[in-house]
Every structure is written in structure tokens, then in C-alpha cells.
Design a protein around this ligand. Sequence first.
Ligand SMILES: [Zn+2]
Length: 297
Amino acid sequence: MMTAADTLDREIEDLVRVARDHVARHEPITDLRWPDGVRIAVNFTADFDAMLLRRLLNEPPMQLAKGEFGGRVGIWRLIELFDAHGVKATFFTPGRIAELYPDSLRAAARSGHEVADHMWEHHVPKDPALEHDHLRKTMAALESVTGRRPYGTRSWHTQALLVGEGFLYNSHGHASHRPYYIWDAERRSRMLNLPFHYSIDDAMYYSFAWLGSANPAQRLSDTDRVEELWWNAFWQQYQQEGGYLNICLHPFVSGRALRIAMLERLIQRMKRLPGVWFPTCEEVARHCLANHPPRAA
Ligand SMILES: [Zn+2]
């Protein structure tokens, strides 16, 4: 007969197995160094979801319109802000956005920002052939407006498929606070991950009327409070060599004027310090791959 103690032992064994597998699959870059004179790399990233995710969640028209604000106004405000401060950002963009807001993508590319993959319509089909079709369609759609294929992704796409299509990195995991390499569960492929975290994601602080959540779950944070939280995250990383921060924004969330003003204050504070680098994710990825390649397989 299984006693409660036996059950507990089994559960602990399972946890040990998962923890060991995690260690075996993840390769942290332990001695991360940036180009000369750089202490910290700050990736400003924006997921250009506009109304697509909300459509996928079957939200009512008023909510779709909130997403749409990102494509009509928010994206332009972000591009203007980053351009004014010499920040090179990465816009993770669903392929469909190339049909909806092509001018903004052209403008982003012209300013030297990176336009990277964020799935075709913000989801990955289960059927492998259809998944591949979505990835290829997105690559082609983004290239048709920016003149350049995407090398990065923020997605649930199958890693081996991404590697096969020549993608250099995914920015989707949170297993570390710095870039790391990860094997897929089948040990077929290994890829660089540029981690972000929901604690540095605008949607977690400003999500009013979002995802059909009930009123008590709504958040409409004071921008000063968010600025301090994100500044503290930056400062913690700035104090060590090889610091990294990936700030996740959404044009329909951070594109609101008061939040753009907060981002500007935050960027200005960062720029007052020496050794702060604002590259695209692709630049970070190419630096890591060239200077801190994965271990021999
Ligand atoms: Zn998204």
C-alpha cells in the first residue's frame, strides 16, 4: 500500500528529475562581456500585437479598438521616442501587421530598429506543416516591407524549426536574468535566449480591461511607481559587468502619452551613466554568438 510518505517521496523524485533536466538543457553564459566600454546592454523590445491577440481571445469590438490604438498611434510614438535618444529597439511583429500597418514597419526599419518575428497571427498552429507555413509567411511578409528577413523571434515556435530557418535567437524565456543557450526537450536543437520577465513588461502594470479579467484584477499603475521598479531592475544589473535588461513593451499599452513620458525619463536617467548600450536584440545575439558561443555539443 502507498503511504503518504511514499507519495511525497515520488513527488520529490519527480522534482529532482525536472531540476536535473533543467540544468542539463540550459547553458548560462557565465562570463558575459560586452564590447569595450559597455557595462550593460538594455534591449527595449515591443510586441506589436495591436488588435491581433485580442481578436484571438475573442474580445468584443471596444477591446479590439484599444489594441488598434497601438498600430495607429502607439507605434509611432515609440519610434519617435527611441529615435530621439539613439535607442535601437526590437519590434516583435506578427506577420499580419505587415498588411495592417506597413508604413510603421518601414519607418522602424529605416531608423535602424529591428523588426523580428512574433508569429503570423500571434499563435502557433499544432499541425507542423501549418506551423512551418505560418513561420515562412511571417518571414516573407516582414521582409517585403522592411527589405530584410527577421533573425529573431518572440514565440512558441518549435525551436528546431526556427534553427532550421536560420533564426539566431528567441526572446521568450525567463530561466535566467542574462542571455543563455537552451536545448529543446528532444535535444535536437540549441538556441540563444534573450530573457525578459513579466516584472518588466508594461502589460503587467497597465492592463486595464485586458484579457477579459474581472474588475479586481485590473491594474492601472502610477507611472512613477513603474519607473522606480524598472530603474531598480536596471541598477541591479548595472552594478556588475555584463549586465542585461530586456524591457518588454506593447505599442497599445506604452504608446499612451503619460507612459511615453515615463519611458523618456527612464532612458534619460540611464543615459546619464557611462557604459549603457541600447542595441537591438539581434546585435546582442550576434555579439553573444561570436564572443560567447555555446559549448561543443
Ligand atoms: Zn504578443
